[in-house]
Ligand binder design. Structure first.
Ligand SMILES: C[S@@+](CC[C@H](N)C(=O)[O-])C[C@H]1O[C@@H](n2cnc3c(N)ncnc32)[C@H](O)[C@@H]1O
Length: 275
């Protein structure tokens, strides 16, 4: 091979190997490897092991929001955190996959993420595996066993307006006494064109600790429209939940801002199947 070809070949090799600036389309081989089922559980277990001491202290109710309006949700979730330790569920993962699909034009590593109600670091680790930069992952819950999680109520957040590009809320909506207030707060802290991904039980057996676990998706979407948000994605699944009853779970993505053109959701009827 003639020496004059080297600059061309090395430019091609460099173009193939360098990471994309601004827009990453893949999560990279390391994080992809960590997403393998057993590996994710093992690494998460190591991370959660560092929180054991705080889980024990949680029994004594320290590190918590002193707010009686949330006491039922708080008591249920602190006891669940103690009983279900370590957590291995991957139910929140679809939120991060959907968030990445819904925001293809913003770099995953640059996006400011707010995770509402993660319970512990397990969900934050899943978010990191899906490409978010650790320092851009922010989290709030009614209690905290890790300094990465701030004690804050989603219905009255102290963040400034337009702080986040992405908000993910898995399994939290059902616990809220004022879900519309929470949505309004999320809309406030989202940047223009930012998105919130929500997964919550839409139809489930009534339980005292989850006052909003039968909230119809049409209701949530109407609130979102009133707040100036647009529905970007909706789906539901019928399954058996952890207390062994049948449940319909909704997954939706709402975008801050109104769409210019027509939406495929304009005429969707949210008729859900009977359980
Ligand atoms: C069922 S856990 C969900 C854990 C995790 N996101 C998942 O999907 O596996 C619900 C979490 O929401 C939190 N939560 C409930 N009400 C909240 C509120 N008003 N503000 C912030 N977090 C809340 C609970 O403390 C709990 O950690």
């Amino acid at each position: 091979m003639k020496g004059k070809n080297w600059p061309i070949l090395s430019s091609i090799a460099y173009a193939m190997l360098r990471s994309e600036r601004g827009l990453e389309t893949t999560i990279g081989p390391f994080r992809a490897m960590l997403l393998r089922p057993k590996l994710l559980s093992i690494v998460s277990l190591v991370l959660q092991a560092r929180e054991i001491r705080n889980v024990r202290i949680l029994k004594g109710k320290r590190f918590s929001l002193d707010d009686s309006s949330n006491s039922v949700a708080h008591n249920r979730n602190t006891s669940q955190t103690v009983e279900k330790f370590p957590i291995t569920t991957r139910r929140s993962e679809i939120l991060y996959q959907l968030a990445n699909t819904a925001q293809p034009f913003i770099s995953r590593r640059q996006r400011q993420l707010l995770v509402v109600g993660p319970r512990n670091t397990h969900e934050l680790f899943i978010a990191w595996c899906h490409g978010f930069k650790w320092s851009n992952i922010n989290a709030i819950d009614l209690f905290s066993i890790n300094k990465k999680i701030q004690v804050m109520d989603v219905e009255s957040m102290t963040f400034k307006d337009s702080t986040f590009d992405t908000v993910c809320m898995s399994g939290v909506f059902a616990y809220l006494t004022n879900p519309r207030t929470a949505l309004s707060e999320i809309n406030r802290v989202l940047r223009p064109n930012g998105i919130v991904v929500i997964r919550y039980p839409t139809a489930a057996a009534p339980v005292d600790f989850a006052p909003s676990n039968t909230l119809n998706p049409s209701q949530v979407i109407n609130w979102a429209k009133e707040l100036g948000m647009t529905l970007a994605y909706y789906s539901y699944e019928v399954h058996t939940n952890s207390i062994k009853t049948r449940q319909i779970t909704s997954l939706m993505c709402l975008k801050k801002g109104v769409r210019d053109g027509p939406s495929c959701y304009e005429s969707v009827e949210f008729s859900l199947p009977e359980l």
